[in-house]
Design a protein around this ligand. Structure first.
Ligand code: G3I
Length: 301
């Protein structure tokens, strides 16, 4: 299925600190190397996910206690990882989910070990280091919850724009905003808000890409046909809003088949039915969502 449907491969977990840094003094690239080799063998592009996140960290990271220590570890990590895949991983989610879910409650930055020890500058350090190791890489700020019509979302969009503006003002390269797009089935898409956000990002001269598309279908009807049609319509409404303002650099789903998805565990349905968040069902059969995505596939016109 990956060979049939995908032009871009993203290791979902194998490039996270948790996977690479079991030990403080060594790196385990076994999982990531396998996926990178798969993509290259199949002439697919790669996105690296992710160089800095407040989650999926090995226990030793949480024992760091000083600014100097955090800065040293962060820089070393990014130097080693970006250098290893230089020329092979063209795009990096440099930082992931650094914006607070609701910036009105406590400021724009999420409370993480990086924010606690380094302050907002953790973002600058990450981008600056990635750029210095691979000046040709596309460097992306990846974050979530940009698509709904509430006040918290409006603040998240503002926070993203402010981070990008700050990096640019300091001369630190940032090339794109990654919009995760874990769409809640029960909530409406704010098409106008998304289109305005796309224009604001264009004014800052950054590209956009959809990086983690799936549908959180825990509150959609049980009937699988009805559920799949509702999810496909939601994805269409979202992508139409994005694309009508500005075609994204890439559209990436978070997984491919319902057989493997984080949604079952994190958003279990009350009726116990399996989640159906992705374009292929658990038997790899295309669902209506695949037809929607096909409309936007490179070369599809
Ligand atoms: O591989 C081990 C397995 O050996 C072990 O038996 C099992 C027991 O818990 O855990 C397995 O690892 C799990 C891994 O997924 C692979 O399934 C981890 O515990 C689990 O924490 C991990 O969850 C991932 C999560 O990020 C945290 O890293 C999800 O798969 C992944 O979909 C999710 O992805 C995030 C993005 O990175 C950022 N945006 C939100 C998105 C959804 O939370």
């Amino acid at each position: 299925a990956l060979k049939t449907y995908c032009d871009v491969i993203v290791p979902m977990n194998d490039l996270k600190w948790e996977a690479l840094r079991h030990e403080r003094d060594s790196f385990d690239f076994s999982g990531a190397d396998e996926l990178v080799a798969f993509a290259i063998a199949n002439k697919q592009a790669l996105r690296g996910h992710t160089l800095l996140w407040g989650e999926a960290l090995p226990p030793w990271v949480k024992t760091m206690s000083s600014r100097a220590e955090a800065e040293r570890e962060l820089i070393r990590h990014i130097e080693v990882v970006v250098d290893r895949y230089r020329g092979r991983i063209a795009t990096w989610d440099v930082v992931n989910e650094v914006i607070r879910f609701d910036p009105r409650e406590g400021g724009p930055y999420r409370d993480t070990i990086w924010q606690r020890l380094l302050g907002p500058e953790h973002i600058d350090i990450a981008f600056r280091t990635a750029a210095s190791v691979d000046p040709k890489a596309r460097l992306v700020l990846n974050d979530c919850n940009f698509e709904e019509a509430d006040a918290g979302t409006a603040e998240r969009r503002k926070a993203a724009l402010a981070i990008i503006r700050r990096l640019k003002d300091k001369g630190i390269p940032v090339h794109g905003l990654g919009m995760q797009a874990h769409l809640y089935g029960e909530n409406a898409i704010d098409s106008h808000g998304i289109q305005q956000f796309m224009r604001d990002l264009a004014a800052l001269e950054v590209e956009v890409e959809v990086t983690e598309l799936d549908v959180i279908d825990w509150k959609l009807p049980a009937d699988s046909g009805t559920r799949d049609r509702a999810s496909a319509s939601l994805v269409a409404a979202y992508l139409d809003a994005v694309v009508s303002a500005r075609p994204p650099k890439a559209i990436v789903t978070w997984g491919l088949s319902d057989r493997y998805t984080w949604i079952n565990e994190t958003f279990p349905r009350k009726d116990g039915a399996r989640a159906r968040p992705l374009p292929l069902d658990a038997d790899y059969k295309p669902k209506p969502m695949m037809a929607v995505l096909g409309r936007y596939r490179r070369g599809a016109g």
